[in-house]
Design a protein around this ligand. Structure first.
Ligand SMILES: Nc1nc2c(c(=O)[nH]1)N[C@H]1C(S)=C(S)[C@@H](COP(=O)(O)OP(=O)(O)OC[C@H]3O[C@@H](n4cnc5c(=O)[nH]c(N)nc54)[C@H](O)[C@@H]3O)O[C@H]1N2
Ligand SMILES: Nc1nc2c(c(=O)[nH]1)N[C@H]1C(S)=C(S)[C@@H](COP(=O)(O)OP(=O)(O)OC[C@H]3O[C@@H](n4cnc5c(=O)[nH]c(N)nc54)[C@H](O)[C@@H]3O)O[C@H]1N2
Ligand code: SF4
Ligand SMILES: [Mo]
Length: 700
């Protein structure tokens, strides 16, 4: 292939548009075989971050797995033929299921899979394996925001408006999101609000995004970690007490305001200041600014969502937006910033344990009948709801739990909470199968590893953070020995005598997905690969004959009665209580240079030069109290694990808080310290705050 290919970045949900061009004949031999250039598109406006620029390097990486690997009698992973690996896998699945039933096999998917792969994985689990035990890493990512949006609006489309709507904003409240590091080209959409002095960032750290509020461009609020719910209840209290809400909108389009009013009555500003550390004056300024009537957005990120009360915190943000009338006001809005490349599509097509394609509920008889008809099976044969991610992984230890796990697009040994326990559990599985391009830390533990195609080697679709469905295009041939996941599903389905079709051509799988989604909340039935090939603005819902829906809430909320639900929420006890005796709150998050578990970006030399080792950010006074200085090695410890990191002192973090990114492995893995307590509604784990002791590392 010699022509330029228009596609999108393999990493995050901004899905920046890029062009891939084959290396010219006179290029240096160490140049990647495909050159990346940014492409003009409404979301990224030609911009890319470092990860995007360097993404094509991994296509040529020497680290790629090029044959299936099977663990031999000596415990070594050895290369095998595809037929041998697939025969063995099918035979072991059958044996386990004969003994312990279909639910003995678990499936763990990912929000980076294309819509086609995510759909086919859900179908494969339900009708080829017949298991209910499927969930995915989006549980760690978007589940709290999704649960809150479904409950309030009757639809979970992360941003229910195009990103370009933000360009005209006068006020943007960003809660727990650090887009300057996590989606750099996004910043072009914040230029207007910064100019207007209205960017308000809520983060216990002075993050790169919080710094954008300097020089009169906005405000940075640094509440104590995990007190965002208190903060939001306090802001809502002020809006109600000062009569700043939109009474007509509340009356016309929402239910539940009276409960909300009662529930925030006791959240006086002084009390909120005491709990969060945010001054009353600032709380009042923010509440008034949000109520000014100008173009205003409330946006949430993982900082407020990845908590054991994440759904309620996201709900509190939505309630505030609802009483200000933002979601239905053109030029204003509420949204959550979806993270993974296909974090939006990945949560619509059936990877979730309680879900069928089209964002349908697996417990709904009508949904079951519709999807079963598309799949050519009896609705009675579809399993019921399974277990969400943390509980799915924990079930390894239960009598009727999973005995095998198939992993597609995740590296849970690094990215799951309480990762030490997760590693032990995966070690106790009788069969661990990982599909990946690289021997990730999870793949390295597997009994069978199957090498799959990377983004530029396959066709497909992704749904970006705006709910816009875009085309991923093949720009190069995969290395010999590597297969597509769709092919793997088809081959295994055949060996397992599965009913229904398992197409290998992504365009055909998309057509089936479209039919399965028809009439569902996330309706893709009017779309096809052909139709998407001209880069049209295809926002779902996109039923047959429609032009798509860029702003699904402007026509009314999506509950059957067209009204939004204001759900009064209250503060519950934190899984780990306030720091005493020198304990500190550990918050976790991301660095610009690395992506997620780092399985990909730790293999990019340029990114490793920039960031190769784990650093713990702490206040100079916190460091000094422990006899630590910049550059020293520190040990972070709690009942779950121990991590070592280089100390980076910074006045840009609260003295009671330390920060770790979660991209690194072994003794540098932040998740050795995190808590797997989960949100009762979304099953989101408490990634963002854990309690740790910090001391100088023993000298070697
Ligand atoms: N470079 C890079 N970009 C990415 C990714 C990546 O791994 N690397 N991953 C992608 C994915 S999947 C996702 S989900 C998104 C995530 O994107 P973001 O949500 O922007 O990322 P995080 O760094 O996880 O969290 C954001 C901020 O939350 C803050 N925070 C921590 N605890 C709290 C708290 O209790 N309250 C508040 N208010 N803030 C808190 C952290 O200090 C951090 O600055 O990024 C996407 N983009
Ligand atoms: N402490 C802490 N932990 C966190 C978070 C946090 O903020 N703090 N954030 C959480 C969040 S938001 C997320 S999204 C998770 C993400 O964490 P993970 O689920 O571990 O995500 P990745 O590192 O992207 O793992 C993807 C793996 O799949 C491979 N892969 C990529 N594309 C494909 C594909 O198409 N098919 C297959 N088979 N493999 C593929 C990659 O090579 C990589 O090994 O981490 C969560 N963990
Ligand atoms: S912001 Fe996200 S989509 Fe854009 S280049 Fe960076 S990683 Fe890729
Ligand atoms: Mo995520």
């Amino acid at each position: 292939m010699s022509v330029a290919t228009h596609t999108h970045c393999p990493y995050c949900a901004l899905q920046c548009a890029m062009t891939l061009t084959p290396r010219t004949a006179d290029a240096a031999i160490d140049e990647p075989s495909l050159t990346v250039t940014g492409r003009s598109f409404p979301t990224n406006r030609g911009g890319l971050c470092k990860k995007g620029w360097t993404s094509s390097i991994l296509l040529d990486s020497d680290d790629r797995i090029r044959t299936p690997l099977i663990r031999d009698a000596h415990g070594e992973l050895v290369p095998s033929e595809w037929s041998e690996a697939l025969d063995l896998l099918a035979q072991r699945i059958r044996a386990l299921q004969d003994e312990s039933g279909p639910d003995s096999i678990g499936v763990f998917g990912g929000g980076g899979l294309t819509n086609e792969k995510a759909y086919q994985l859900g179908k494969f689990a339900r009708i080829a394996l017949g298991t209910s035990r499927i969930d995915y890493n989006g549980r760690f990512c978007m589940s709290s925001a999704a649960a809150a949006a479904n409950r309030a609006f009757g639809i979970d489309r992360g941003l229910p408006f195009p990103l370009t709507d933000l360009d005209g904003a006068k006020t943007v409240l960003m809660l727990g999101s650090n887009v300057a590091a996590t989606m750099p080209p996004f910043l072009s959409h914040l230029a207007g609000v910064r100019e207007a002095g209205g960017l308000i960032v809520v983060d216990p750290r002075r993050s790169a995004t919080a710094r954008l509020t300097e020089e009169g461009q906005g405000m940075h609020l640094a509440p104590a970690p995990g007190t965002d719910l208190e903060l939001l209840l306090g802001l809502t209290h002020i809006v109600i007490a000062e009569g700043l809400f939109d009474a007509a909108e509340i009356e016309a389009h929402t239910d539940g305001f009276d409960d909300l009013r009662r529930s925030v009555a006791a959240w006086w500003p002084a009390r909120v200041q005491q709990l969060t550390g945010v001054p009353v004056r600032v709380l009042r300024d923010v509440a008034r600014r949000l109520s000014s009537g100008a173009e205003t957005f409330i946006l949430t990120g993982r900082g407020i969502e990845q908590h054991a009360d994440g759904t309620d915190t996201a709900t509190a943000a939505i309630n505030l937006a609802l009483i200000l009338g933002l979601p239905t006001r053109p030029g204003s809005g509420y949204g959550t910033l979806t993270g993974q490349g296909n974090g939006q599509g990945g949560r619509e097509h059936g990877q979730k344990c309680d879900q069928l394609p089209g964002y349908r509920k697996i417990t709904d008889p009508v949904a079951r009948a519709h999807v079963a008809a598309v799949w050519g099976v009896d609705p009675e044969d579809l399993p019921g709801p399974g277990l969400p991610a943390v509980q799915l992984l924990a079930s390894v230890d239960e009598p009727d739990g999973i005995r095998a796990l198939l992993v597609h697009g995740s590296n849970p040994v690094i990215s799951a909470p309480d990762a030490g326990a997760v590693r032990e559990r995966l070690g106790r599985l009788e069969l661990l199968v990982v599909c990946d391009f690289f021997l990730s830390e999870t793949a390295a533990m597997a009994d069978i590893v199957l090498p799959v195609t990377q983004w530029a080697e396959e066709e497909g679709t992704m749904t970006n953070l705006e709910g816009r469905v875009i085309r991923r295009r093949r720009a190069t041939n995969p290395p010999t020995g590597v297969r597509s996941e769709l092919w793997i599903f088809a081959e295994l389905a055949r060996r397992l005598d599965a009913p229904g079709r398992f197409d290998v051509d992504p365009a055909l799988v998309f057509d089936e997905l479209a039919r399965a989604s028809a009439g569902g909340i996330a309706d893709y039935s009017g779309l096809s690969h052909d139709l998407l090939d001209d880069d049209r603005d295809a926002y779902w819902p996109f039923p047959i004959g429609s032009e798509g829906t860029p702003r699904p809430l402007l026509g009314g909320y999506r509950h059957p009665d067209g009204r939004a639900r204001i759900v009064a929420v209250s503060v519950s006890e934190r899984p780990e209580s306030a720091a005493t005796g020198g304990e500190l709150a550990l918050i976790t998050g991301r660095l610009l240079e690395h992506y997620q578990s780092g399985a990909q970006t730790r293999r990019v030399p340029e990114l490793m030069v920039a960031r190769s080792a784990l650093e713990v950010t702490m206040h100079p006074s916190t460091a000094a109290d422990r006899g630590l200085r910049d550059g020293d090695q520190a040990t972070l410890e709690n009942s779950r694990g121990t991590v070592t990191a280089r100390v980076a002192t910074s006045v840009e973090i609260r003295p009671d808080t330390v920060f770790l990114p979660f991209h690194f492995a072994d003794a540098h893995s932040a998740n050795l310290l995190t808590n797997d307590a989960t949100d009762p509604i979304s099953a989101m784990p408490e990634f963002k705050t854990a309690i740790v002791q910090v001391r100088a590392a023993a000298a070697h």
